[in-house]
Design a protein around this ligand. Structure first.
Ligand SMILES: Nc1ncnc2c1ncn2[C@@H]1O[C@H](COP(=O)(O)OP(=O)(O)O)[C@@H](O)[C@H]1O
Ligand SMILES: Cc1cn([C@H]2C[C@H](O)[C@@H](COP(=O)(O)O)O2)c(=O)[nH]c1=O
Length: 223
């Protein structure tokens, strides 16, 4: 039986790496797959991992129809055994419904990868629908860590180094703390992300702020 699987974790947990590994392992056994992504940091139509792997993919625009795409491909004689869907948090709820239909009606395995919640700690619509529909939701085993050493569970956004809780939901960016790597948003604000434990996300306590207020002169190594 084909399955809809959702593999989730914070930013920098290794989801895109696992997506590319999953594709490699299935392709190595002769299975035929297709890759999809949305708003990858490396640009449109590419799945990229911080470990350096990349692969071309189909960019999922808001009006992209997975069901129509699949039926058209099969009708033209293509073979499809599985889909790899990265950055699935950005897919619409309708697109996740289409993926579930592809699994059930066409017996194609669908492996989705994405973050669960946005910088405000709210579920992304695509991720919420995946949790509702997936046969299995799995949290990645590799733990991204908060500056305090606890498991990071939340994604914080910073603008010019200050944590924010309001703004556009989708702003492509990285967890790199190097100011040179920060994304310059339209209004020339430096946008970056940092993964935090819940307590420090609630308190707005990023690593930089913790250093500034000297709560922890040496955040790492942690006890
Ligand atoms: N220089 C490095 N050496 C070893 N592992 C690294 C290095 N840089 C990144 N990683 C690993 O890559 C992970 C991020 O992988 P990636 O697939 O890009 O994450 P995600 O898609 O979840 O944001 C990090 O959690 C870390 O484990
Ligand atoms: C929390 C949050 C993240 N994003 C963006 C930032 C990145 O471009 C991606 C996540 O990619 P990763 O491979 O998991 O690191 O999502 C966003 O647009 N809005 C948010 O709230």
């Amino acid at each position: 039986m084909a399955e809809l699987i959702f593999r989730t974790g914070t930013m920098d947990a290794g989801k895109s790496t696992l997506a590319l590994q999953t594709n490699h392992n299935h392709a190595a056994r002769g299975r035929v797959g297709r890759l999809f992504t949305s708003h990858d940091r490396a640009g449109a139509a590419v799945v990229s991992s911080r470990l350096g792997l990349t692969a071309l993919a189909q960019e999922v625009e808001p009006d992209f129809d997975f069901w129509r795409y699949t039926v058209d491909a099969l009708t033209q004689g293509a073979r499809i055994d599985y889909f790899i869907c990265d950055e699935a948090q950005f897919y619409t709820a309708e697109q996740v419904d289409q993926l579930a239909k592809v699994v059930d009606e066409l017996q194609i395995d669908v492996f989705c990868f994405g973050i669960l919640t946005d910088f405000r700690t709210r579920l992304f619509p695509g991720s919420a629908r995946l949790v509702e529909l997936a046969d299995r939701t799995e949290v990645l085993q590799v733990e991204a860590l908060c500056w305090c050493g606890k498991r990071a569970t939340h994604n914080a956004r910073t603008e010019d180094g200050v944590m924010v809780t309001e703004g556009e939901v989708i702003v492509v960016g990285d967890v790199d703390t190097d100011p040179e790597a920060a994304v310059h948003a339209a209004d020339d604000v430096d946008v970056a992300y940092e993964v935090l434990c819940r307590q420090h996300h609630r308190r707005g306590m990023t690593a930089a702020r913790a250093r500034a207020v000297s709560l922890s002169p040496e955040p790492l190594p942690f006890p």
